[in-house]
Unconditional design. Structure first.
Length: 243
């Protein structure tokens, strides 16, 4: 079917153009207008409507990014083996460590929580909802998602970061990262990479919680468990034809 002139349903074609533009990463409204060639009021109206239905969300700078509904639909359709496998792995990790567990993917200069298992016990907890867009400049998951990038992209990612090239060198050596009050005061986290069959890091498995409970060297207590969970997801992807 020739789709060069659109489907014939204009509003859907325009909405699809907004989603297509966001595939490359976060966009301001002005950038959406440029990328889609839509009038500014139209681009804004469609982006806000897509945000209402959770196909679009916003990062910490207020830019539009793809929302959690995209991941949910992919998982429900069986189209994403990583998401399909993530929930039981994160639940097991949460139950073993007693801390909230998350799966992050990088999207441009933010990382998106695409799956989570919240701590359901009493006491302090660090809650990161599915769909949350967090900075790539702080936190153990940001370290993991940046550490194995190509040198040029890695060095660009370090600009303004709360960690250094030396930090990332240590992450690559031990294959896990930790942060203490780096992303948020009072919060510690540990993360490990999930590898795709091509040898690229495609996601980061994390646990996070208050420093009072996890300590200032949380990796000593929990790194083995986090790495094991990430390795289980890596094994899933090795058996998949979709990665």
């Amino acid at each position: 079917m020739d789709t060069s002139q659109g489907s014939g349903v204009g509003v859907l074609d325009k909405a699809a153009s907004v989603l297509g533009a966001l595939e490359s990463g976060p966009h301001t409204l002005a950038q959406l207008v440029t990328a889609t060639h839509l009038a500014r009021p139209t681009a804004h109206r469609l982006a806000v409507a897509l945000e209402y239905h959770r196909f679009v969300t916003r990062d910490m700078q207020g830019r539009f990014i793809l929302g959690p509904r995209m991941e949910e639909l992919a998982s429900a359709a069986g189209g994403d083996p990583l998401l399909a496998a993530a929930k039981p792995v994160l639940i097991a990790l949460r139950d073993h460590t007693g801390e909230s567990a998350q799966l992050f993917r990088r999207q441009g200069d933010v990382r998106i929580c695409v799956a989570a298992a919240e701590r359901n016990l009493g006491g302090l907890r660090d809650s990161i909802p599915v769909g949350a867009a967090l900075s790539m400049l702080a936190g153990s998951a940001a370290q993991v998602l940046l550490a194995w990038e190509e040198p040029d992209r890695l060095h660009r990612g370090l600009h303004g970061a709360n960690f250094t090239a030396t930090t990332l060198s240590a992450v690559r050596r031990r294959r896990w990262a930790q942060s203490v009050a780096e992303r948020e005061a009072g919060v510690a986290s540990i993360s490990a990479p999930v590898w795709g069959p091509s040898g690229r890091v495609v996601a980061a498995v994390s646990i996070s919680g208050p420093i009072e409970r996890m300590g200032r060297q949380p990796g000593r207590q929990h790194s083995v468990s986090v790495v094991a969970a990430a390795n289980r997801l890596t094994e899933v992807l090795k058996r998949s034809e979709d990665y």
